[in-house]
Design a protein around this ligand. Structure first.
Ligand SMILES: C[S@@+](CC[C@H](N)C(=O)[O-])C[C@H]1O[C@@H](n2cnc3c(N)ncnc32)[C@H](O)[C@@H]1O
Length: 259
């Protein structure tokens, strides 16, 4: 992607007052126009054990697909401070088309955090990005490992994620990040009890996950959406959710039924 995509990212105020960006390249908003912060909180923090893990001081490794505006990282840090956590956090994220420091500075996330000063991290991060893997020690316990490059080229060693935030653009406009091969790759970077959450609920994505060996369940979506996907590599973390029939979905995906 060239600079032109970045220059075409437009600042938009969503219904909860928090900003998002609109990408004309992908013809899509980075978040739900009904509420960027509300959506992120529901999808990535409200449907898993992540906040409980912070409270019990467990070390936590997160892998995010699509760093975008960095909102999920800021929310994580905000919860971390609220909970007085002392967990060691390794937050991995991947971004092929980073926004400019100027665009980051214009985002109003400081107004939506209990610890507004956290938003200052964004311009520092985007100001100091090199190609490939970048490491930022944001606090003594929180490290951001931000891969500035395409998902296809992301191959870290020893990544064993506890949580995956699948936050690519939708399968319609960003299909390469929702294939069976993508979910196989994500499985290779995960531990057996990983929990993957995503705002997406598409049947084809459920099929791709099942084909790649994920256990797949659905739960209430954000902001009035009926459903979203929660997945794991083992049954136990999904005990409270309603499963799909993975074998059936996997076969349908294999046979191209969803195309
Ligand atoms: C929905 S946005 C991410 C939103 C983000 N988590 C946030 O809170 O702002 C999807 C992101 O994925 C990035 N992206 C799309 N395709 C990619 C690819 N193949 N490799 C790496 N990044 C990609 C886009 O540039 C965009 O920033």
């Amino acid at each position: 992607m060239t600079d032109s995509k970045e220059q075409q990212s437009k600042l938009v105020t969503t219904r909860d007052g928090s900003h998002t960006l609109y990408s004309s390249e992908f013809d899509q908003h980075y978040h739900n126009p009904n509420g960027a912060v509300a959506e992120s909180k529901h999808v990535f923090f409200g449907q898993s054990q992540l906040l409980d893990d912070l409270e019990t001081s467990n070390p936590v490794t997160i892998l995010e697909v699509g760093f975008g505006t960095g909102l999920n990282l800021l929310l994580l840090m905000d919860y971390y401070l609220d909970l007085n956590s002392d967990s060691t956090i390794n937050f991995y994220s991947i971004e092929g088309f980073p926004i400019s420091p100027q665009t980051a500075e214009n985002l109003n996330y400081n107004q939506h955090l209990n610890h507004p000063e956290l938003a200052n991290h964004l311009s520092v991060i985007f100001d100091h990005l090199s190609d490939g893997m970048n490491e930022f020690s944001l606090t003594s316990n929180i490290t951001l490992h931000l891969f500035n490059g395409m998902f296809e080229n992301f191959n870290p060693e020893n990544l064993d994620a506890d949580y995956i935030f699948q936050d690519a653009f939708s399968p319609d406009v960003n299909p390469e990040l929702w294939t069976g091969d993508t979910f196989k790759k994500l499985a290779n970077f995960s531990n057996g009890d990983v929990i993957l959450t995503t705002y997406c609920a598409a049947s084809k994505v459920q099929g791709a996950m099942a084909w790649a060996g994920w256990k797949v369940a659905k739960t209430q979506g954000a902001l009035g959406k009926r459903e979203m996907i929660v997945a794991s590599l083992s049954e136990e973390p999904l005990a409270e959710f309603k499963h799909i029939n993975e074998e059936h979905y996997s076969r349908r995906y294999q046979e191209g039924d969803f195309d």
